[in-house]
Design a protein around this ligand. Structure first.
Ligand code: PGA
Length: 244
């Protein structure tokens, strides 16, 4: 399966100029590599306000643009929201859904994840649906139950062959405390059993250039969802290169 490396910039950087610099660095390194590239999909998910400009300067490159969230209605009186239709019009091809930060700070639930995932699929885009357990749930040995609930409710009535699942143990996100490759692989197998074998599963949580190979090669994840390390263009390029 083709690997997919996703950059989740979150609410960074704070100027368009910085965003453009990071994006151009990744694009240029990627262009140099293209001749020997096996076709890894690289998706950059910037804040909404940078999408249009980055898509514009992306022309003729093979980076893909993603969004970090969306709303499920197409248009109307939903102050502050951005629909999948709007994103699609700007060139977005992937949308991250149900990131743990959205669940924690913005009250997202498995039900909203389900509605958003369906909206993304209906528009013909690819949802990257995040699931994962907290430190407390892990200590109480509830990880499998949490994943099962998130899959059962969040992905209800959804064609799983059309989505990407990101296994992101919450305790590993932004902490520098990445999940052991063996443990992550075990969870990947648990998710495979709960869904089906052909589903795309990527890992996220303090992924960096030093540990990327373990997840991509040893644990055979289909890719990575990278937060902090995706804002350092050289490190992100190094991560992409581990997927070759
Ligand atoms: P991190 O974030 O790589 O900074 O841990 C990953 C994510 O939140 O998707």
């Amino acid at each position: 399966m083709k690997k997919i490396i996703v950059a989740n910039w979150k609410m960074n950087p704070i100027t368009l100029k910085e965003a453009e610099d990071i994006f151009n660095n990744i694009k240029e390194s990627r262009e140099k590599l293209l001749r020997s590239d096996s076709g890894t999909e690289v998706v950059i998910c910037p804040p909404f306000t940078y999408i249009e400009h980055l898509d514009y300067i992306n022309k003729n490159s093979n980076l893909k643009i993603g969004a970090q969230d969306c709303y499920w209605e197409e248009k109307g009186a939903y102050t502050g929201e951005i629909s999948v239709a709007i994103l699609k019009g700007l060139g977005v091809q992937y949308v991250i859904i149900g990131h743990s930060e959205r669940r924690k700070y913005f009250m997202e639930t498995d039900e909203t994840v389900n509605q958003k995932t369906k909206a993304v699929l209906e528009a013909g885009l690819t949802p990257i649906v995040c699931i994962g357990e907290t430190q407390e749930e892990r200590e109480l040995e509830k990880t499998e139950a949490v994943l099962e609930k998130e899959i059962e409710n969040g992905l209800k009535d959804i064609d799983l062959s059309k989505i990407v699942i990101a296994y992101e143990p919450i305790w590993a996100i932004g902490t520098g405390n990445a999940c052991d490759v063996e443990e992550a692989e075990r969870m990947k197998e648990v998710i495979q059993k709960m869904t089906n074998k052909n589903i795309k599963i990527i890992y996220g949580g303090s992924a960096n250039a030093s540990n990327a190979e373990g997840y991509l090669k040893q644990a055979d994840f289909d890719g990575l969802l990278v937060g902090g390390a995706s804002l350092k263009s050289q490190e992100f390029v190094d991560i992409i290169n581990k997927a070759l």
